[in-house]
Design a binder for this molecule. Sequence first.
Ligand code: GRF
Length: 193
Amino acid sequence: MLTLGILGSGSGSNMQAILDAITVGTLQAKIAIVLSDNPKALILKRAASHGIPHAVIDCEGHKNKFPDYVQIETAEKLKQAGVDLVCLAGFMRLVKAPLLDAFPSKILNIHPSLLPAFPGVAAWAQAVEAKAKETGVTVHVVDSGMDTGLVILQEKLDILPAETADALHKRIQVIEHRIYPMAISQYAHSLNL
Ligand code: GRF
């Protein structure tokens, strides 16, 4: 059975969507562990309420960095939980060599734009600010760059006239919740996981 580990820093709505897809059987997998660098993140509460093992990745004292020693500990936790595929879901730190080497080509991310357009934070707000006509959602393999890895699945979305960044993000999230479980399933099959 495909065994997932999820890393997130925020609300965990994508983690919930993955769990819902597992529950209805459109994604054949289990979530073995949920990890967050933010002790107060809702994603941890969601994991707890579903009885999913969860833990804090302690990055205290490192504002935006994901220090190597913490990445090594994270990789160990994921391996101990038997994880074959790691899914970033709103995880706000850049993953580098220690974790990438432990899971080569086996870390996915969901990004709220049509990459390579608008990498980085709050991509929906960047799109509105740039007066873009369209944006979308990308699921990609994580490499050492910021939102630069191999694209697995993308879906476009027209930006409505005078649409606010918040309203756009809500519509983007509807797409995210539908395509992330699909992309995970497709990618896992392609790797025979
Ligand atoms: C999503 O929009 C995702 O694309 C971005 O961060 C947000 C996380 O949302 N990387 P959630 O925590 O899954 O609700």
